[in-house]
Design a protein around this ligand. Structure first.
Ligand SMILES: [Zn+2]
Ligand SMILES: [Zn+2]
Length: 346
């Protein structure tokens, strides 16, 4: 039996693995502490305003919590979408994650047993645990990349993901701004990654391996949790260029949310730059490059309120099914890959 299939620990483990997506105080506090450090290092510069432009040197409070961002209708809609998604989440989360994770893990273990025989039962040490974390991270990042890429390129999926991109300002809660239909897609993807990596390592170590931890948090969860919190913060946090070639710096997600054409479909992975580099979608922005957020002036009006965002995909699907293409509903939308308007491909 592998770690996910072990009945007694499965539920706990999966909930734990699912934690990085939750808004937790340590990650918010880390974001705040780093924000203060950046403010001090750059003499009050480096924060962006609600239009995605660098704002002039600001006082600490204005730098960390600018009024134009936190009073924006987009920030309020972030809260409603977050609450709505959390209320519905228990309906599907446990069952779906368990089914996908356990199926993937069991399938991997039995095919390894078929192909290579019984587990070699290697002895676990910290280096192996690090490797297990690293492989899980890479696999998770890859599956995230594939799902995200498809969401940007397939018009019927883009209308779901559009809700995340309709954010006109970035706040740590924007991370959870998604349509209720999007949560299950990513949850299944992450369960698949954990199941596949878990299956391979469970076979090698006869089920006896766990991920490496730091301060009792999985290394993977730590990196993912930090990255997710800061990349939806309005402060531009650049890494040195060489590091950005390997890891997404938080500001690289600012360009992902920009409606400027040169930024479309870039930086699609969750944590590393490896997959974006390999598939040619990596974009490392210049220092304080403007990144106006959202869907663009022509489409934004139909994806602004909570209600518009919640019904948006159904509205767009209906338009597509009636053969009108989304153009009928939104002036910028083409719904075809030949039309590279912001609305049809992001
Ligand atoms: Zn996206
Ligand atoms: Zn985002």
């Amino acid at each position: 039996m592998g770690p996910l299939a072990d009945i007694s620990s499965t539920a706990l483990l999966l909930i734990q693995n699912n934690l990085p997506r939750d808004l937790t105080w340590p990650f918010l506090l880390t974001t705040l502490a780093l924000g203060i450090a950046l403010w001090a290092l750059r003499n009050g510069r480096g924060a962006k305003d609600a239009t995605g432009q660098e704002q002039p040197a600001a006082t600490l409070v204005h730098f960390l919590l600018p009024y134009d961002i936190y009073s924006h209708v987009s920030a309020r809609v972030d809260v409603s979408l977050y609450v709505f998604e959390r209320i519905l989440r228990p309906l599907w989360a446990g069952g779906l994650i368990l089914a996908v994770g356990v199926t993937a893990e069991t399938a991997i273990i039995s095919s390894l047993v078929d192909a290579l025989g019984e587990s070699p039962s290697l002895e676990v040490n910290y280096a192996w645990m690090m490797l297990y974390s690293f492989v899980t991270l890479l696999l998770y990042d890859f599956i995230f990349y594939v799902i995200h890429y498809a969401e940007h390129k397939v018009p019927a999926l883009w209308v779901i993901h559009k809700v995340h991109h309709s954010a006109e300002v970035l706040t740590p809660l924007t991370r959870y701004r998604e349509h209720v239909l999007e949560g299950p897609i990513y949850a299944a993807g992450s369960a698949l990654a954990y199941g596949l990596a878990g299956g391979v390592f469970a076979w090698i170590f006869n089920g006896g391996i766990t991920q490496a931890t730091l301060f009792n948090i999985g290394l993977f969860s730590l990196i993912f949790g930090f990255n997710g919190s800061f990349r939806h913060y309005h402060v531009a946090f650049h890494y040195p260029k060489w590091l950005s070639q390997w890891l997404h710096s938080p500001v690289m997600h600012h360009t992902h949310h920009s409606y400027l054409e040169k930024h479309w479909d870039t930086n699609l992975a969750a944590v590393t730059s490896i997959w974006d580099r390999l598939f040619g979608t990596l974009y490392i922005p210049e220092k304080d490059e403007p990144t106006p957020w959202g869907l663009g002036p022509q489409t934004q009006d139909s994806y602004r309120s909570f209600w518009q965002n919640t019904t948006g995909p159904f509205r767009d699907w209906y338009a597509m099914a009636s053969g009108n293409t989304i153009k009928a509903a939104n002036p910028l939308a083409g719904g075809a890959s030949s039309d590279r308007s912001r609305d049809s491909t992001h």
